[in-house]
Structure formats: C-alpha cells, structure tokens
Design a protein around this ligand. Structure first.
Ligand code: SF4
Length: 342
C-alpha cells in the first residue's frame, strides 16, 4: 500500500492532529535559535502529491479519523493559492469530520499575501495560523536573524485577523538575553496588543550547542537570562498586555512555570501572582524548584510548595547527587536540560 510523508515537527497544541506535509523544511532556515531544519533544503510539494498522501491517510484512518489537521512544514503559505485551496478542499472532502485545520505561517510571508488570497484560503477551510512572532523588538529580531521586522509582524496579524483566521502567536522569553530583556518584554507586549492574537504561546529560549545563538553567546553578543530573570521578563510582558483579550498558553516543556496559563485580562492577577510566588522565594528554594522542574520530577510550582511534596523532591535531588552543593550550578544545569527539550 502506498504510504504518506510527514515532517519532523508540529506545535504542542497539535499533538493529536493529523500531520499533512504540504512542503518540506523551512525556506528561511536562518533563525539563530532554531535547530529544526538545519542542513535540510526547502522544497515545495504539488497539490497532486499531497492529495495522493491524503488518499493513503484516508485508507489508513477512515473518513471518521482525524478531527484536527496540521499542515507542515514551516511555511505552507508559500504555496500558490490555487494549489493550497485544492489541498484544503481535497482534505475536507476526504475527512468531512475535521473541525479545525491549522498551519504555521511566517510573518513576512503572511504580511505580503493579498487579502483576497487569504480570504480564499480561509473559505477553503484553513482555520488557524501559528505565527512565530518571537519578539516585537526589531533589535531582537535582527540579532537572531528572524527575517521579519516588527512592522511585518503587525501587518501579518492585521491581515490574518481581517481574513477571519484564528491567530496564535509564539513568543520566546529570553530571546533578547539579559541586556535586552526589558526591551524584548515591552516591545513584544505592545506588538501583541496591536496584533490581538487569540492565543499567546510561550516558548522559552534554549541555547543549543552549535546554533547561531550559541555563536552569539560565544562572541559576547548574547548573554542568556537566568531562570529568575526569565520569570521576571514574562511578568513584565504580562503586565504590558494591559486589557488585551487573549488566551495565554504555556504548552512547551521549555517553560519553567507550566501552569502559567489562563484567560486575559480576567486571570491576569492570578498569573502575575504566580510569577511573584516564584520570584519571592529564597534563592536556594528557587534553585531547588528549577532543578526538580527541569529534571521532570514534577510540573507545577504549587505542587513543589506543598511541604510533603517538597521534602520528597529534595530527597530525590540528593539521590541524584544534586543536593545543596549543586545549587550554585543551577543555571548551568538548567540551561543544559532546556536544550534536551528540543
Ligand atoms: S523558527 Fe521557523 S522560520 Fe525560523 S528557521 Fe526555524 S522553522 Fe524556519
């Protein structure tokens, strides 16, 4: 039986989605923080190839199979509109119970797609776009070679919303490093206020060995934030969102405070309070929480703060040779553990 092709990644929120590969790899492939498609060349796929994959998927899963679909890889909006509309219509014909179709979209591409073409894609059944905003600061975007400006991102958001898409924006705490942390938080918040995404998704930066970000760090142009500075930066970002109505998601293991999720602006006080609970812990307790969380011993700050859980976790750290003597190395250990989440 003929098979089908699938790409390497999808957003965490698409874990249960059918993955339909409409092109391969990333046409930009230069973002300093991103290890995903390095060494792999971008190539488009034709609608006929993708429709043939969809036939194979229907044979494998049946017409009642998937309820949600994610189009891969990095930038499906690069396809010609006619081709992508054929794919979307073919998808809806073969899987009539699908309730949501989602794709990544590069801000620079989205900002240049004519509104009438975006409206056709929306009408053909593309529901949600994930845009990697990462930062609202031109200085930060240029530093990491994102290939998009703040103006591109704002225009991308405007066009996505005008065409009726659900808009999901990825934001990367720590991407400006220590020296640009406040700038990054403030300008990202102000960009989000203009873009009005339905979802803001946090994905904390990790400095992967061999990456562009690691080179910037070696050159002294990027100094990674500490775990405490990352939480303070996120707090500042949340504060800057003001009355923006959106859903905050923390659905990536790279984030320290996994429970930092909620509806804004209604739950803003609770979210800020959670940041403050971490930030006001004594330094050694912050370090123990970071180690237990980064090692995957537990997921929530509130769990850690329960005395019986904390005592158990401290014993587990000691059993791993990470007792009090390791607390001074917490940033080094946590930074290394973050790279394993990718
Ligand atoms: S972050 Fe996105 S646009 Fe940048 S290199 Fe990675 S896949 Fe490509």
């Amino acid at each position: 039986m003929q098979g089908f092709e699938q790409g390497p990644i999808r957003p965490p929120s698409e874990a249960r989605s059918l993955l339909v590969r409409v092109n391969r790899n990333c046409p930009w492939n230069r973002c300093a923080f991103c290890p995903v498609y390095k060494g792999a060349r971008f190539s488009p796929r034709t609608a006929d190839e993708v429709l043939s994959d969809l036939d194979a998927m229907r044979r494998a899963y049946g017409p009642d199979g998937p309820r949600t679909v994610f189009l891969q890889d990095a930038n499906p909006l690069l396809l010609a509109t006619d081709e992508l509309v054929r794919i979307l219509e073919g998808l809806r014909e073969r899987f009539p119970r699908v309730a949501r179709v989602t794709a990544y979209a590069r801000a620079r591409t989205l900002a240049r797609r004519p509104p009438e073409e975006l409206a056709r894609l929306r009408a053909a059944g593309l529901d949600r776009l994930h845009v990697g905003l990462e930062s609202g600061s031109d200085e930060v975007l240029a530093l990491v070679d994102k290939g998009a400006t703040r103006a591109d991102c704002l225009e991308a958001g405007r066009r996505a919303k005008a065409a009726g898409f659900e808009l999901s924006c990825y934001v990367m705490p720590g991407l400006g490093g220590r020296t640009r942390s406040a700038l990054h938080a403030d300008e990202t918040a102000s960009a989000l206020v203009v873009m009005r995404p339905d979802f803001v998704r946090l994905r904390t930066v990790a400095v992967v060995p061999g990456s562009g970000l690691a080179r910037l760090a070696a050159e002294g142009r990027f100094a990674p934030c500490t775990e405490g500075e990352l939480v303070a930066e996120i707090r500042r970002l949340l504060d800057g969102l003001g009355e923006l109505a959106t859903r905050l998601e923390s659905d990536h293991l790279l984030n320290l405070l996994m429970e930092l999720e909620g509806e804004l602006p209604g739950e803003r006080s609770w979210l800020l309070g959670l940041c403050d609970r971490f930030l006001t812990l004594p330094a050694d307790e912050q370090a123990r929480f970071v180690l237990t969380r980064r090692l995957g011993f537990m997921g929530r700050l509130e769990d850690y703060l329960r005395p019986e859980v904390r005592a158990e976790l401290v014993r587990a750290l000691e059993a791993e040779g990470l007792g009090d003597q390791a607390l001074g190395r917490v940033e080094e250990i946590a930074g290394e553990l973050r790279t394993r989440c990718l």
